[in-house]
Design a protein around this ligand. Structure first.
Ligand SMILES: Nc1ncnc2c1ncn2[C@@H]1O[C@H](COP(=O)(O)OP(=O)(O)O)[C@@H](O)[C@H]1O
Ligand SMILES: [Mg+2]
Length: 401
């Protein structure tokens, strides 16, 4: 008799994987109610694969990396969301959706932040790749957050947490393309990101831009203490300029500490291929295919017809992005397992406010502890394909408890 009337004990989450599995089980209505009743600190744990591509300097290839990395990962079978947070909306050019009526130029982002509602991505911009467009309407986001900041110091850092929490479970990786010189919008990105990928060129201004990112991290630290540098990526360089590379690496370590990870991959200077790519709305690896089928220059000449020639360097550039995608996956998985190891032994089952918040909104739901909730279409995390499969076991992580 007594047993029938006792409330069922809410699920306990000792690891992020358990929390993700719990969220995976809910239908849209349950998810929405749970989000409404759950602390942002818990919702941020759902954002464990959000990577902001950020440098306060323009022209360091943030957007090119965001779109090409997203495209490479998606082509390898990883479910990817790309969020364009730049008023320039250049992701639309790289991916060729600028003429799509669904390109709302950032209006959807502003509405989602204003109403604390779900972001609505353009689905299947490529197979496995959805995109939330940016553009001119993001000026209103800046204005909105500047106004909100007078009431809440962390308005910007918190802005995307709820809109993204609604859809985060649909993706294995979420990439944020960040604007240069928009501190408040950068704060939105760093406030919701788990990882930062910082592209740098060899010039002094991109070094300064990197240090300004560190300031953003300090600003959001209080509400997003887990945000970390995934790595620094050298761009727009000659692959053989070893002395220049070494000099940049030394400066990065000076600025960010000796442990800062520097990607072994580099994105070479290939202006013509990059320009063709943006012009045609095709990523480097897509352009590479077109280039490989175009007639040789002498055949084109012989035909007497003007033939549009595309830069042959598309192939090398595509190779750089493919190498980056593989290293990105490997680095992410390693960083996750290091994080799990660091947290090993952290308290499991202790009563703290975060755990209370999880449990408050939780209905008694059977736990799926298979741990494969992110896998969906992807097959292998290692070897040749850039897919994100498998993660730190998280055993004993104690991330929530
Ligand atoms: N590998 C490359 N080599 C040379 N120029 C490039 C390369 N990739 C992109 N670009 C060009 O550099 C400019 C800035 O690139 P973009 O990715 O928009 O940088 P950001 O987003 O940091 O401002 C664009 O005109 C783009 O076409
Ligand atoms: Mg850009």
């Amino acid at each position: 008799m007594v047993a029938d009337t006792q409330p069922q004990s809410p699920p306990q989450f000792e690891t992020v994987d358990e929390l993700l599995a719990f969220v995976e089980e809910m239908d849209a209505g349950e998810l929405s109610r749970w989000i409404d009743s759950t602390d942002r600190a818990i919702l941020r744990l759902l954002m464990d694969r959000v990577v902001a591509i950020i440098n306060n300097k323009g022209g360091v290839l943030k957007t090119s990396i965001a779109t090409n990395l997203a495209g490479q990962l998606a082509a390898a079978g990883t479910r990817v969301l790309l969020l364009d947070l730049d008023r320039q909306g250049n992701c639309a050019q790289d991916l060729g959706y600028g003429t799509d009526a669904r390109d709302d130029k950032g209006l959807g982002i502003v509405q989602a932040v204003l109403g604390s509602t779900a972001l609505l991505p353009i689905r299947n911009v490529r197979p496995n790749l959805d995109v939330v467009p940016g553009g001119k309407h993001l000026d209103n986001l800046r204005a909105l957050l500047t106004a909100q900041r007078s009431q809440s110091r962390h308005a910007a850092a918190d802005a995307l947490v709820i809109p993204l929490a609604h859809i985060a479970r649909d993706y294995e990786v979420i990439l944020l393309d960040c604007p240069p010189g928009e501190p408040i919008v950068q704060e939105v990105a760093v406030g919701v990101a788990r990882w930062l990928l910082v592209p740098v060129r060899s010039d002094a201004s991109s070094r300064a831009g990197m240090s300004e990112v560190a300031e953003r991290v300090e600003t959001v630290r209080e509400v997003n203490p887990d945000v970390e540098l995934l790595g620094v990526l050298l761009t727009g360089t000659s692959q053989s300029a070893t002395r220049i590379h070494e000099r940049v690496y030394a400066r990065v370590r000076e600025d960010l500490g000796p442990d800062a990870y520097i990607f072994k991959s580099r994105i070479r200077y290939a202006e013509a291929a990059a320009s063709d790519s943006r012009e045609r709305g095709e990523l480097a690896h897509e352009l590479e295919k077109v280039v490989s089928t175009q007639p040789a220059w002498y055949e084109a000449m012989r035909s007497g017809q003007p033939v549009e020639r595309l830069a042959g360097s598309a192939s090398s550039l595509a190779g750089d992005y493919a190498a980056l995608a593989q290293e990105f996956v490997q680095t992410l998985l390693e960083a996750e397992s290091e994080g799990a190891a660091d947290d090993e032994g952290a308290s499991a089952g202790e009563d703290d406010s975060a755990n209370d918040s999880v449990n408050e909104g939780a209905e008694a739901i059977d736990q799926d502890d298979s741990g494969d909730h992110r896998k969906q279409d992807s097959t292998s995390g290692g070897g040749e394909s850039a897919t994100v499969d498998g993660r730190a076991s998280g055993e004993g992580q104690g991330v929530v408890a």
